[in-house]
Design a protein around this ligand. Sequence first.
Ligand code: F6R
Length: 610
Amino acid sequence: MCGIVGYVGEKQATPILMDGLKSLEYRGYDSAGVAVYDNGLNLVKTKGRLVELEKRLEEFPVTGIVGIGHTRWATHGEPSEINSHPHMNEESSMAVVHNGIIENYMEIRDDLLAKGHVFVSETDTEVAVHLIEHYYNQNQDLLDAVILAIKELKGSYALGVIHEDYPNQLIAARKDSPLVLGLGEGENFIASDIPAILKYTRNVYLLDDEEVAVLTKDSITIYDLYRDVVTKDIFKVTWDVAAAEKDGYEHFMMKEIMEQPKVIKDMLASRIYDDVDEVRLDNVDLSKEKLSQYSKIYIVACGTAYYSGLVGKSLIERLARIPVITEVASEFRYSDPIIDKNTLMIVISQSGETADTLAALRLAQAAGTHVIGVVNAVGSTIAREADDVLYTLAGPEIAVASTKAYSAQVCAMYLIATKIAMAYDKISIEEFRIIRNELFMLPSKIKSILDKKDQLKALAEKYADSKNVFYIGRGLDFAVSMEGALKIKEIAYLHAEPYAAGELKHGPIALIEKSTLLVGLLAQEEFYDKTISNIKEVKARGAKVLAIAMEGKNSVEKVADDVFYIPRTHWMIAPLLANIPQQLFAYYIACALGRDVDKPRNLAKSVTVE
Ligand code: F6R
């Protein structure tokens, strides 16, 4: 899981590569490097973040108009200078950057070692370098060599290759790792993600699996593995580069939290109308006729996206009375799932590149299952491979911790569940209108929570020294508490456990002591009294309690140390609102503890390896 960028043109490559790498740093940041051609290949790389590479480049500047760059998140071999990319062959005549995992690298490495190749790093990537070199030595044709090499690679890769025998050329290839090609005027680019090149061009080709591209400053030619030319439409990027910048906020995470009213407005804009009594999901067929083909529904995703799926499960079951199985993708794919053409599968992914989710999608499709992708990144692999796509329209999410994408995913679940319930005649027009009104009011209700963010800042500062945090709730509140606990774990590094409120007594209550913080979710009115009883139990054992409750439910003040109120709403809309204070609370605790909010340790934004 790394970021790669490449340039071929007339300008100096290094500043362009560094610029691109900065916007890709969310993909990994334990080491970085560039290789640029100028009468030979010049390589500069270093352990640490991009600032370290910048310092190194000041000491050892590299010039040239063709180059590749890389920011790494270690998979094979510790973060170190030697393991950082680009990697080179023995003669330093070729440089390669790679994102992904080459699964059969051990056997290829043994074979190449036997043939006399010398390896210097512990990476899987280095086998790609020597394998290309091996084939290149046979007929001196770089494109052929790349094709022959990738035919042998198992696993995932996005590759950028430059060679001193081809000083005006850059070669790129991909399988199961994202890669886009940017078309400029007298210059062309490769990158793991669009924001890296958006400053230079809005016209991109989305490279597909097992395609290889040859880029010169004036042309991009794409080939399949038979070296036949592949023609492709240009994908025009319509969103702005400013959308991928901080807009004056200290962190991307805060910027993204604050964008949520607009995100939800955009999500709803073309899907519900105040004078139309239905949900319109243009490219997703959830008609009665289509739904009658399915005997069960699976929702599959990872992490935060999975938690949004838990909300979806509960809503589809409660509104439409259809059983839904929700599964994390890494388990689903190895569980020998009972799926067939009578199964509907919904996969949820912000990046659209998550390896396990993608594998789950492919497994399902191979069994004849129809897959709907709920995806944020337009043109991503999951978006392209799913049978139908519902875009969450949240715009680029840069902070590693997902916030606005989660809200958009939950909103997608509202739309899908309502649509399915209506198709089955399980909710009346009157009920639909109530839900629709509540959906329309969501952006302003989110804003009213955001307007009270200083209250959450003060609470975060009060509780920042907590050693253990429990998040509890029942029903949909429990689903939301899982997301709350994940957020505080990943950005504040606090140990946090989500628990179904009724389960506390069955063991974990033994962990409650004076330094424990309990965040009690009370946004589901029907469970209010029951959860209050559970809160009393932990309060009696010395824990501090922060409650998140609906306005008007003031009796909680008698049992909680602090209460944050969210606006009143319909039970199904409450999860999205109840999560907003959790996001802000986790954010401010992370700030109070001096954490690296946007780039928490050990994490990367896009998990494109298993
Ligand atoms: C947590 C977070 C992750 C992702 C997960 C799936 O804040 O962002 O748990 O939700 O890695 O990623 P996507 O949605 O890109 O498939």
